[in-house]
Design a protein around this ligand. Structure first.
Ligand SMILES: NC(=O)c1ccc[n+]([C@@H]2O[C@H](COP(=O)([O-])OP(=O)(O)OC[C@H]3O[C@@H](n4cnc5c(N)ncnc54)[C@H](O)[C@@H]3O)[C@@H](O)[C@H]2O)c1
Length: 335
């Protein structure tokens, strides 16, 4: 059984603490937060857990195996580095870190200390995304032309990171995971309406080497709550709507085909309107699957699906998108 500490039990960290408390393969040994009131509440919720405001002191506990970091983005690098130096396995919530060099340093540190480093790219553990990955790899959707993703709502307005860094790690990680390749350039436009210098809405486009592309829209200033990903392939199209209770994935047997035997232009491009199917996918809490995966990697010393390198790829895209944003949408090459 792995001894786990959850650091940061705010809005999201409490979900991680709940899972590690409930999962039989783990013991929630500590919850750590700077806020004493949250620690008091945790004591009632998780009987037997140790609470602390002192992260450094906690790391000295030789019985502690792994640290789950769910504090706000700007603190991730420092906390993850200390935990790796203390030879603990580490899980870091998204956004992994705020700079490419920090991601590279943490990957190297995890390698040299032989520790597991996992990034909280939750959607890579979502059963619908796992199914989509299988469909793409089997060729069911054909060549993937383009993907677009929308993550919108009227929700928590952050002051320490913009909507790009707060929301888009999800969309970027799932798109890179599904396509299995990295973009060559990125172009981003956005606006800060509520606080100077903190973009509330960002639209950005990723171009891939084979001309496939992806477009992502993120906003916390929108009348609609939307969590939707659309994939357009040469054979079929698929839509993943995470707000649907049951029918989260729909596959459209629709497309366009070029004919070599035609008399009129209308015959040259034939449109196909086929069935719409809703594959049965066994649902479960993606966060539980993600926590189970971290525990499995700790036990078997295997690389997580969303390891440090996966985190680095996403930070590279975020960094390029941020630079494009600052240059009014000028494309930024990823080299
Ligand atoms: N995977 C997901 O779907 C998902 C969803 C929401 C948030 N998140 C991520 O989870 C993280 C936390 O987000 P949140 O919404 O819970 O934020 P939050 O502000 O609600 O909570 C952060 C908590 O961390 C504590 N904290 C800050 N610095 C600390 C330190 N040095 N030591 C100990 N505790 C410290 C704060 O007191 C607070 O309780 C962020 O990285 C966010 O991007 C992920």
């Amino acid at each position: 059984m792995s001894e786990i500490a959850v650091v940061g039990i705010g809005g999201w960290g409490k979900n991680l603490a709940r899972n590690y408390f409930q999962i039989g393969e783990a013991n929630l040994r500590y919850v750590c937060d700077l806020d004493e009131k949250k620690l008091e509440a945790a004591l009632n919720q998780y009987p037997g857990v140790r609470t602390t405001t002192d992260f450094g002191e906690m790391l000295k506990d030789p019985e502690l195996d792994a640290v789950v970091i769910a504090t706000t983005g700007p603190t991730h690098y420092r906390l993850a580095k200390s935990a790796l130096l203390a030879e603990k396995d580490v899980y870091v919530e998204k956004p992994f870190v705020l700079e490419v060099a920090q991601a590279e340093e943490l990957i190297e540190l995890a390698e040299s200390t032989g520790r597991i480093l996992m990034v909280g790219h939750l959607l890579e553990y979502h059963p619908v995304v796992v199914e989509l990955k299988k469909m793409i790899e089997s060729g069911d959707l054909g060549d993937i032309y383009y993907i677009y993703s929308q993550r919108l709502n009227l929700g928590t307005v952050r002051e320490d990171e913009n909507a790009l860094w707060n929301f888009a790690p999800h969309d970027i990680s799932v798109i890179l995971y599904l396509l299995g390749k990295e973009p060559v350039d990125i172009s981003a436009r956005g606006q800060a309406y509520l606080q100077e210098g903190v973009e509330d809405v960002v639209f950005f486009t990723l171009t891939f080497p084979d001309n496939s592309m992806a477009s992502i829209q993120v906003s916390w200033l929108d009348p609609h709550k939307v969590r939707k990903l659309t994939i357009v392939g040469s054979n079929k199209m698929a839509v993943f709507d995470d707000l649907e209770a049951n029918e989260k994935l729909k596959v459209y047997d629709k497309g366009a085909e070029l004919s070599s035997d035609y008399d009129t232009y209308a015959e040259y491009i034939g449109l196909r309107f086929g069935d719409i199917t809703v594959p049965y996918i066994k649902t479960g809490e993606p966060l539980r699957a993600e926590c189970m995966h971290f525990l499995d990697c700790i036990k078997n010393r295997t690389q997580p699906v969303s390891d440090g390198n996966d985190g680095l790829r996403v930070v590279r895209v975020l960094d390029a998108a941020q630079r494009s944003l600052e240059q009014n949408g000028a494309p930024v090459s990823l080299g």
